[in-house]
Structure formats: C-alpha cells, structure tokens
Design a protein around this ligand. Structure first.
Ligand code: RB5
Length: 142
C-alpha cells in the first residue's frame, strides 16, 4: 500500500520513527511535511494530505499533531476522507474493519512509540469487513 504522512510541529519529532515502522510493515510512505520544527498550522497539512489521498485512489494517510484532534477535524471536512483518531490497536482495527477509515490520526502527546507501533500494525493488518458496514459508510458519504 501507499501511505502519505503529514504532521504539524507537535508531530515532527516522531515522524521519522513512524515512517520507518510503516516501511517495516512493507508499505511505501511519502512525506508531505513539514520538514522543520517551526510552528505551523495543522489544518494546512491536514488539507494537503487529504487532497493527496483523494487524488491517489486506494492510498492511506497518517496525520499526527499534539492530540490528533485538530488533524482529524480538518481532514474530515473533505468528502471521501474518513479520518479516524485512534488511541490504541483496538480503535485502529475497528476504524478499518467497521468504518473503512482511510486516514489514521493520532496524537504525539497522547500515545507513546510502543502504542503507535501497535496502532500501525493493527491498521495495516485489517481490511474493511463490508457487509452491514457498507451501508453505514455510504450514509457518511451521503
Ligand atoms: C499544537 O500546539 C496543537 O494545538 C496541535 O498540535 C493539535 O494538538 C491540535 O489539535
């Protein structure tokens, strides 16, 4: 799979670790920035990533800010983006299995590196279940 990643200044410190983890899971990952620790506005990067994911059908996105909240709020303004704020492996698994989420959000100030690894593994290993969940996801889009 192809993943895109973007953060704000509060997510930069762990971005390289996350990129390596995604590659270790066998995926391609493309960094949309930022590339310094200067303060930036999270919506700018959420919108950039959401637009890119929508243009590259079947790709996934990862957004990191301090809490993950601002990134998820901004990304979900894009029709076709289902951004899920995940705190652990269970929420990551359910985001894929039940919600067909295509953007993973988490907070650098909320979850540690071990939990992030378990989130990424669960997300990567889980397919959308379809079935009864398909109509529900369709209702989101409508
Ligand atoms: C930045 O201080 C912080 O507000 C941002 O990273 C994020 O947590 C917003 O939701």
């Amino acid at each position: 799979m192809r993943y895109y990643i973007a953060t704000d200044h509060a997510g930069v410190a762990i971005k390289e670790n996350v990129k390596q983890m995604v590659e270790d899971l066998g995926h391609e990952i493309i960094d949309l920035g930022p590339f310094s620790t200067d303060r930036v506005d999270y919506p700018d990067y959420a919108h950039k990533l959401a637009t890119t994911v929508l243009e590259d059908s079947g790709s996934f996105g990862i957004l990191i800010c301090g809490t993950g909240i601002g990134m998820s709020l901004a990304a979900n303004k894009h029709h076709g983006i289902r951004a899920a704020l995940c705190h652990d492996a269970y929420t990551a698994e359910m985001a894929r299995a039940h919600n067909d989420a295509n953007v993973l959000c988490f907070g650098e100030r909320v979850v540690g590196i071990g939990v992030i690894e378990s989130i990424l593994k669960a997300w990567s290993a889980t397919q959308f279940e379809g079935g009864r969940h398909t109509d529900r996801v369709t209702k989101i889009e409508q």
